[in-house]
Design a protein around this ligand. Structure first.
Ligand SMILES: NC(=O)c1ccc[n+]([C@@H]2O[C@H](COP(=O)([O-])OP(=O)(O)OC[C@H]3O[C@@H](n4cnc5c(N)ncnc54)[C@H](O)[C@@H]3O)[C@@H](O)[C@H]2O)c1
Ligand SMILES: O=C(O)C(=O)C[C@@H](O)[C@H](O)[C@H](O)COP(=O)(O)O
Length: 569
């Protein structure tokens, strides 16, 4: 995988996190395992699991060793004396107990998930936020390790054929029961342990709601390795839509797809807003037709928000809709553009005027992609992060206040393993949660979801009048100040909260003013905003930080006065 890497130093994975928490937020020390490892004999569940636990500062339990301790006998001997059925009963009692009471990392015996009561317990554990990780080793490597280790009653006799027979029966069950798949093919045990540790650290936000086929937004290092698992086995062809600046991340995705035996149609589109045009869409549709894409094939959108908007639009329209997965590579795309199902393109007359609400099958926000993200693009992404804090999450605002200087000085080359990494991961997770809160309740933006549009009424006018030279996040920052000024003028927001908008955004390196003189042009474009109804302008403002409201038909004078205020220095 030829991707620029931060020089690997053996770093603590626990930096910046005092206590590992389960997905439900409970400190792991007081509860069930943080993650459970399943896999075939010889996959490395014990050795790799133990090393990953050490990296994360977690306790490690090998279920087989625990069982031997409880029955006071080696498993092979117990098997010979009492048979497999008796062993599976012992194993189920122990594993179900461990799933409930043993914090840290837990690895199960190869056959354990095949026992119905254990499979059910794993499904319950996963539904409550636990992570079931399928450690997938290269079959030849695993067979060699399993036969070398010996002492496996299920592999007695012709080891290789027995292993392959077990794999044929167990692999589908393991795929069904696991949330995360870690491939260790060709990895040293320490490299495999790091991949496993990243998988355990990854965050996941589940998206569901009316009109939404549920999917997950996964956030963490190496989550892009989940791409084949998220796409599944139905597609034969994959249209990988990306842009030139993210080619090395596209290279990685392409390699993963080909390793998983998909036929990849590589589509590199013009960068940024130049890629969100009808001409580009037309070119892609023609290429899909030429390549014979059918309804069972799929799209992968990899890049910034402009690329994922176009990719989603292609997926929404090709044969009236095929599957797609987003691999966002910019901060803004990770926190906003890749999730929620707003797909679309720009017209010369305005931003996002053509598109469809069409949700992805999954979103993989791989933090490793941020290594190549330029500082100015990272900072503009903070515009949407701050917006999400203003409308809903005080925790986001606190993180932005506490880490503003480091965030403003973001440097991709030193990002991985730095103290900033867990901060950015937390900001991404929180911002995605704000978006998902609104999208789950109102996919097609009938009301609640409009709150996500805070700052956008002016923002889109700015982008248009600046001929897309202004980046979206920067325009949103100015748009949020405008909305705060408007709320202040009309008595909804007090001056300290208006000033708070400017001070926080400025501290992050975001613009808070825009020098453009033609108010009539601005007003005309705001009337084209998708929240407008007929000739009625509609805004989202705050009546206090964290509490957005709709504002319909605000007085024209107030609109202009607020505009003049964001024009000033
Ligand atoms: N659909 C939605 O819900 C939604 C939400 C927010 C924004 N958007 C849209 O997203 C777009 C803004 O997204 P954006 O800020 O990502 O802009 P962008 O897609 O234009 O990307 C910004 C620049 O950064 C580059 N880049 C991205 N990731 C990189 C990486 N890892 N390494 C190096 N370069 C990288 C891109 O190639 C581009 O040059 C706008 O079109 C906006 O309308 C959509
Ligand atoms: O997801 C939403 O809904 C949003 O409004 C999110 C915005 O941050 C995003 O910029 C979106 O693309 C704007 O949508 P639009 O409907 O105003 O084009």
């Amino acid at each position: 995988m030829s991707r620029s890497r931060n020089p690997r130093r053996r770093r603590s994975f626990t930096r910046g996190r005092s206590v590992w928490k389960n997905n439900d937020g409970r400190p792991a020390a007081q509860a069930r395992p943080l993650a459970v490892i399943i896999g075939m004999p010889g996959a490395g569940k014990t050795r790799v699991g133990r090393e990953a636990a050490e990296l994360l500062g977690l306790a490690f339990t090998d279920a087989d060793q625990e069982i031997e301790g409880r029955i006071g006998l080696g498993i092979p001997e117990y098997f010979n004396r009492n048979g497999e059925a008796a062993f599976r009963r012992q194993e189920a009692a122990t594993v179900i107990d461990l799933l409930t009471h043993r914090p840290g990392l837990l690895s199960l015996g190869g056959g354990a998930p095949m026992t119905e009561s254990i499979a059910q317990a794993l499904a319950d554990y996963s539904s409550q936020g636990g992570k079931v990780i399928y450690l997938q080793a290269d079959p030849d490597e695993a067979m060699e390790r399993a036969s070398r280790a010996g002492g496996r009653p299920m592999l007695s006799g012709d080891q290789e054929n027995r292993w392959r027979d077990l794999y044929a029966r167990r692999h589908p069950a393991f795929m069904r029961l696991s949330d995360i798949h870690v491939r260790t093919h060709g990895s040293t045990p320490s490299r495999a342990a790091r991949k496993l540790a990243h998988a355990i650290m990854q965050e996941s936000v589940h998206v569901t709601g009316e009109g939404i086929e549920a999917y997950d937004v996964r956030i963490g290092e190496d989550v892009s390795n989940e791409l084949p698992a998220v796409l599944g086995e139905r597609p034969v062809k994959i249209a990988l839509i990306h842009t030139q600046p993210v080619r090395q991340h596209a290279d990685h995705a392409r390699a993963l797809l080909r390793q998983a035996h998909y036929k990849v149609c590589d589509i590199c589109i013009p960068d940024a807003e130049a890629g969100k045009t009808l001409e580009v869409s037309k070119g892609i549709w023609e290429q899909l037709a030429q390549e014979g894409f059918t309804r069972s094939d799929a799209v992968v959108g990899l890049g910034g928000g402009a690329a994922t908007d176009q990719a989603g639009f292609i997926a929404a329209t090709w044969m009236r809709g095929i599957a797609y997965v987003n691999c966002p590579t910019s901060l803004l795309a990770m926190v906003d553009a890749s999730t929620g199902g707003k797909t679309g393109i720009n017209l010369p007359q305005g931003k996002n005027l053509v598109g469809s609400f069409y949700t992805p099958d999954g979103v993989l926000a791989d933090l490793r992609a941020l290594v190549t993200l330029p500082n100015d693009i990272f900072v503009e992404g903070l515009g949407e992060v701050a917006k999400s804090g203003f409308i809903m999450d005080q925790g986001i605002l606190e993180l932005l206040e506490e880490h503003g200087a480091e965030l403003r000085a973001f440097d991709g080359a030193s990002f991985l393993g730095s103290p900033l990494e867990p901060v950015v991961a937390e900001l991404i997770k929180r911002t995605v949660r704000v978006k998902v809160h609104h999208v789950s309740a109102d996919l097609k933006e009938a009301g609640l979801r409009e709150f996500l549009n805070y700052g956008h009424t002016l923002a889109h006018a700015i982008e248009q009048l600046e001929h897309f030279r202004w980046r979206h996040g920067n325009a949103v920052a100015v748009g949020c100040v405008y909305a705060a000024e408007l709320a202040g003028i009309l008595g909804y927001l007090d001056q300290k909260d208006v000033d708070y908008h400017r001070n926080l955004l400025s501290s992050l390196g975001l613009p808070t003013s825009w020098r453009y003189g033609d108010w009539d042009q601005v007003l005309a474009l705001m009337h084209r905003d998708k929240k407008a109804r007929g000739n009625h302008l509609r805004f989202v403002i705050l009546d206090r930080i964290g509490h957005p409201i709709h504002l319909d038909d605000p007085p024209l004078e107030a609109l202009e006065v607020a505009f003049r205020r964001i024009q000033a220095a």
